[in-house]
Write a protein that binds this ligand. Structure first.
Ligand SMILES: NC(=O)c1ccc[n+]([C@@H]2O[C@H](COP(=O)([O-])OP(=O)(O)OC[C@H]3O[C@@H](n4cnc5c(N)ncnc54)[C@H](O)[C@@H]3O)[C@@H](O)[C@H]2O)c1
Length: 310
């Protein structure tokens, strides 16, 4: 889930850095998150193979990455456009694409999965990858809401399996949650922490619990704001003003909900509620369900708690 509060103190991860023990990285899923992860990994000197279902999707992702790098280069190499072009071609040159995920992991030191948020689909993918990847290859998922332990159960390498939870947009957001299950071994965990730092991220370790750190705090907070409105205690705009001016938050909970997507919030909440039905903070919200049912998903549909210009 996107957990952007405001793009204020962001730094771009653009420089070529130390590779660490991970030289060959395979990123599976070239959507919003996968393409961001691939871009930053390549910009920090890693050789990346990016996988998706079709060449069309991959070509589109490569085009988006190039545009993103052009924006970076325009700022970073404002006085020297030639160096900017070299920077872009260097990064793009470290990314290759493949539609065959089993072939794409044959040389991989690390696999990062960023495909659709569905346990069955993720398990099917990892079960096939487990047979194709070398013994030493570490597997990770970027899932926002599914327990890493459940995904890892589809493989014979549960000790070499962890979570790498990035934040959207990946080139801008500094944080990386490194998730350790009860079976992840020390070497794997240390490699993942080192890899995150080599990518220019600030890494925080966390256990394999619902929402890890950021979403575990953020989603219930946003839902509590929705419940205030459901009870008629306050209006969305007033709550947003209150949290910005009273708590110093860069965005209010309703602005943030519209940015993240109400469908994403509902999806995360429903998953937690299913696993822990008695938890009061994970109870479904009638207002959230109504808005999602009406297709009011936030900024992406032009309306959520607020109306947005498309
Ligand atoms: N969007 C966010 O803000 C965010 C933040 C953190 C984590 N995540 C997690 O990251 C993952 C990806 O999210 P996203 O927003 O990038 O999704 P997305 O829909 O933008 O991209 C998913 C991509 O995976 C591809 N795909 C689906 N099944 C595949 C398969 N079997 N093999 C290869 N490619 C396949 C799709 O074609 C698509 O291009 C999800 O698990 C999500 O929970 C998302």
């Amino acid at each position: 889930m996107a957990s952007v509060c405001k793009i204020v103190t962001r730094q771009l991860s653009t420089s070529v850095g130390r590779q660490g023990p991970v030289k060959y990285l395979t990123v599976i899923g070239s959507g919003l998150m996968g393409s961001g992860i691939a871009q930053v990994a390549a910009a920090t000197g890693h050789n990346v193979t990016l996988v998706d279902q079709t060449d069309d999707i991959l070509n589109k992702s490569m085009g988006n990455m190039k545009k993103s790098l052009e924006r970076v280069a325009k700022k970073k190499y404002a006085d020297n456009p030639k160096d900017g072009e070299e920077f872009i071609s260097g990064v793009m040159g470290r990314i290759s694409t493949n539609t065959d995920s089993s072939k794409a992991v044959e040389k991989a030191d690390l696999v990062i999965e960023a495909i659709v948020e569905n346990l069955g689909v993720k398990k099917q993918l990892f079960s096939a990858l487990d047979k194709a990847a070398p013994q030493h290859t570490i597997f990770t998922s970027n899932t926002s809401s599914i327990p890493i332990t459940d995904i890892a159960a589809s493989t014979q390498r549960r000790d070499r399996f962890g979570g790498l939870h990035y934040f959207n947009p990946v080139p801008m957001m500094k944080l990386l949650e490194v998730v350790r299950t009860s079976e992840t071994n020390d070497e794997t965990f240390n490699t993942l922490m080192e890899f995150g730092k080599a990518m220019g991220k600030v890494t925080v370790p966390c256990k394999d619990t619902a929402g890890f750190i950021v979403n575990r705090l953020l989603v219930p907070y946003m839902l509590e704001a929705v419940r205030l409105v459901e009870r008629g205690d306050a209006a969305p705009r007033d709550i947003d003003v209150a949290m910005k001016l009273g708590a110093g938050y860069p965005m209010g909970p309703f602005e943030l909900s519209d940015y993240v997507g109400l469908d994403t919030m509902k999806f995360i909440l429903d998953g937690w509620h299913e696993r822990d039905p008695d938890h009061p903070l994970f109870k479904p919200s009638a207002l959230l369900n109504k808005l999602v049912g009406e297709g009011k998903l936030g900024m992406k549909t032009g309306e959520g708690f607020y109306k947005h210009k498309k």
